[in-house]
Design a protein around this ligand. Structure first.
Ligand code: PMV
Length: 313
């Protein structure tokens, strides 16, 4: 018997970094997916197969002793077969660029949890999300769970440290052009760089927090209106705040410049220092925006909001 599940990647539309200091962030899932297939095997082994490599191990190993990006899958499979006399073979197929802040690891954890656990029982989305967050903690101990949440439910969510998650029911009709700097970045070191900025610039940062908070509240209203021009202005404004806290660099600035010229607005998505930027477009400017990025040799693609979230087969 085989079980199959897929989950989408994500972008942070507004509020990265400021969310660490209590402002709400807005995330949306995108129509680029990870698909995971799981199958029971008679041999009691956990075997994981992916585009980035393979991992074959006996069950019951200590998670801390496994040094592989595929560790979350091992964690999930091991948990699932604890009281079962079976092994598991897992195959992963991903359309989401790795390590670019587009939620590839969260989508893996969500699709992995669903494919693996549904081999044994009918599991609810809530339970799958809980398992996915547990699995993601094996690689990102401090994850807020926001990425796994948006990958599970799809669409747009707001997330605040105090408030938790809320699904936004609006379904605005825009397209994102996502460009990848291909510069590796570490979320941890970017977050610690911002912390240094905060310590050195207390007053300025407190002003920025108020401005970002107001901007996010404005955006929550704007999403209902499907008005890309006004949303684009907010995106550009958010980018200015991100530049002030020092998470941009020359390469990202070049990309933002192309994005802002060819779309309604463009900003970094995620921790910055590398990774991706996105530009807000619709059918009137998506092709032109993609062309400009490609002409300047930037890796890019267009994406729509995914409203489905986790899908099981
Ligand atoms: O680069 P990403 O997609 O992992 O996003 C990090 C978001 C931050 O706000 C910078 C950190 C966080 O934990 O919220």
């Amino acid at each position: 018997m085989k079980s199959k599940a897929s989950a989408p990647g994500k972008v942070i539309l507004f509020g990265e970094h400021f969310v660490v200091y209590g402002v709400k962030a807005i995330l949306c899932s995108i129509n680029k997916r990870v698909t995971v297939t799981a199958e029971k095997t008679s041999e009691r082994k956990i075997s994981i197969n992916s585009q980035i490599g393979n991992l074959i191990l006996e069950p019951n190993k200590l998670i801390s002793e496994i040094n592989s990006p595929l560790k979350p899958f091992y964690y999930l499979a091991n948990k699932a077969i604890k009281n079962q006399d079976t092994g598991i073979e897992i195959k992963i197929n991903s359309e989401i660029p790795l390590g670019a802040g587009l939620g590839s690891s969260s989508a893996c954890c969500v699709a992995g949890a669903a494919a693996i656990f549904r081999l044994f029982e009918d599991v609810s989305k809530e339970k799958i999300l809980e398992l996915a967050i547990e699995a993601e903690r094996t690689i990102f101990e401090n994850t807020s769970g926001a990425d796994c949440t948006v990958c599970t439910y799809g669409g747009i969510i707001e997330y605040g440290k105090k408030q938790g998650f809320k699904k936004i029911e609006d379904e605005p009709n825009f397209q994102l052009v996502i460009a990848n700097s291909n510069i590796e970045h570490s979320t941890e070191s970017m977050v610690s760089g911002v912390k240094t900025f905060v310590i050195k610039n207390k007053e300025e940062f407190s002003k920025l927090l108020n401005q970002e908070s107001k901007l996010v509240e404005d955006v929550l209203k704007l999403l209902k209106e499907n008005n890309p021009e006004e949303l684009g202005e907010k995106i550009n404004q958010n980018q200015k705040y991100l530049e002030t806290i020092g998470i941009s660099n020359n390469q990202l600035k070049k990309m933002i410049e192309i994005g802002q010229k060819t779309s309604f607005g463009a900003k970094i998505t995620g921790s910055g220092g590398g990774g991706c930027i996105f530009a807000l477009t619709n059918e009137s400017n998506v092709e032109q925006s993609l062309k400009e990025f490609k002409d300047k040799n930037f890796e890019c693609f267009s994406a729509e909001i995914d409203f489905k979230g986790l899908n099981t087969f």
